[in-house]
Design a protein around this ligand. Structure first.
Ligand code: GLC
Length: 467
């Protein structure tokens, strides 16, 4: 009797163990092993990023630096007394948006509209792009019947700019999916103003141009006085932070006040790695994604973290697993062979399945043309997604840990926006855990909803108050 019940017990045990953990095949783990980063590797990433940031800030090395650390000319954080109607444009993330924001003490009201930027404009000429932006702006203003007011506008333009003041920003390079001719080296505010005056039907006063990281920090700081860092993990990835003005010797021109103790610095950390300092963690998969991108050899850190590349990275790994006969019985679903077809949102969806359940995973695989997949296939696909997103979260954490050390205060809040941070089911937790392991300051990660749009209005508000 005793032996009988023992064997029944062990059968039940086996059944549940099997059910609970369809374990990932070890061959799959082996193919993915270079994507798992140890804390020692991440600490080396922190050290190297810190060196690059010093080079960017220093006027002697700024011109040749990779992580540019652009001065933003934003020296005042909002204090909650900002008032009035402000327009904001937000270009450079998943969507192009026009916003009207009404500020009044701690209340704010926002109307916004999303407009498409057809891909043909993302790869067209500067005049076409800015005429389109001005047209969307005019439609929005007229819809609200505000065409006769002179409205202050903040322009969130999420690309690297050399700024010579709050309203002068020269484009250094396009990143993400944009490659528009005739804009690099030009003052983007002047291009926008020229397009608005070509139309001659609305009155706009451009008060500020800023990066989405700056907008995110400002928008978070409006509510939270401890905010010192703004982070984007969306289509692209980048961070800005509050630096001592004396450290930013690269601030060469423009209307900034060197006596104010602080200034926001837009690090443009997406470019980190272009000098080879990240080669020790780059994998064969990163190289494939990079080779096939619009900007090979550029923005390497960004390509390991952000949403524009995350799905594609997972796809490249999955394709290799199928080719090696380790997934789907070696038969590749049609769309898995096609570049760009494994969307980044799939990574979030697949990882949102509860442990041992594969509902979302099966749906995604069906969309790609794979039906009748086994639980084991699903478990393996989920593993690949989790390896890619964990590495992204850990690299972003290394960057934030380094900035927290730099800011060197306790209880700093990091304002974060971007589709990956928002929609990935574990990104926030992964980052919180890893940042705590990599440095010793207390900190908070806070979703800065609508950071880039609202932040633009806040920068415009602070600037127009000063005027
Ligand atoms: C890219 C841009 C940068 C922006 C980031 C997030 O890295 O160069 O300016 O902040 O994407 O949108």
């Amino acid at each position: 009797m005793k032996t009988k019940s023992k064997s029944l017990f062990s059968k039940i045990c086996k059944f549940y163990c099997k059910k609970e953990s369809s374990t990932v095949d070890h061959e799959i783990r082996d193919v993915c092993k270079d994507l798992l980063l140890t804390n020692d590797q991440l600490k080396l990433v922190m050290e190297r990023l810190a060196e690059e940031i010093n080079r960017g800030l220093n006027k002697e090395t700024h011109n040749d630096s990779i992580v540019k650390c652009f001065t933003t000319y934003v020296q005042d954080l909002p204090n909650g007394t900002e008032k009035g109607n402000f327009l904001a444009l937000d270009l450079g993330g998943t969507n192009f948006r026009v916003l009207l924001i009404t500020l009044d003490g701690q209340n704010f009201d926002m109307k916004s509209k999303i407009y498409a930027i057809p891909q043909i404009l993302m790869l067209g000429t500067g005049n076409q792009l800015f005429d389109h932006i001005a047209q969307c702006l005019a439609l929005f203003v007229k819809d609200l019947n505000l065409q006769d007011e002179v409205l202050p506008l903040g322009f969130t333009f999420s690309f690297p700019l050399t700024q010579h003041g709050l309203t002068k920003g020269f484009l250094v390079r396009w990143t993400k999916g944009f490659n528009v001719s005739g804009v690099i080296g030009e003052d983007v505010v002047a291009l926008l103003e020229a397009a608005i005056s070509r139309r001659n039907d609305i009155k706009i006063d451009v008060c500020a141009i800023l990066n989405d990281t700056t907008g995110t920090l400002m928008s978070c700081a409006w509510k939270n006085r401890n905010c010192r860092i703004g982070l984007i993990v969306g289509t692209g990835s980048n961070a800005c932070y509050v630096e001592k003005t004396e450290k930013a010797t690269c601030a060469i021109a423009g209307n900034y006040n060197p006596h104010k103790p602080h200034m926001l610095i837009n690090t443009e950390w997406g470019a980190f790695g272009e000098s080879g300092v990240l080669d020790f963690i780059l994998t064969e998969f990163d190289r494939v994604v990079d080779d096939n991108s619009l900007n090979p050899k550029k923005q390497l850190f960004e390509k390991m973290i952000s949403g524009m590349y995350m799905g594609e990275l997972a796809r490249v790994i999955l394709e290799k697993l199928v080719d090696n006969g380790l997934l789907f019985g070696g038969k590749c679903p049609t769309d898995l062979k096609k570049r760009g077809k494994f969307f980044t949102k799939y990574v979030s969806e697949i990882e949102a399945d509860p442990k041992g359940k594969y509902h979302n995973c099966r749906e995604v695989l069906a969309e790609l043309g794979a039906r009748n997949v086994t639980d084991q296939d699903c478990e393996n696909v989920r593993y690949v997604c989790s390896v890619v997103s964990r590495r992204a979260a850990h690299l972003a954490s290394a960057g934030i840990a380094m900035l927290l050390n730099r800011v060197n205060e306790n209880n700093v809040t990091v304002g974060i926006d971007g589709s990956v941070y928002r929609f990935h089911p574990h990104f926030h937790d992964l980052m919180t855990e890893k940042i705590s392991e990599l440095q010793n300051h207390k900190f908070d990660l806070m979703l800065s909803e609508d950071g880039s749009g609202r932040g633009a209005a806040l920068v415009a508000a602070v600037a127009s108050q000063k005027r």
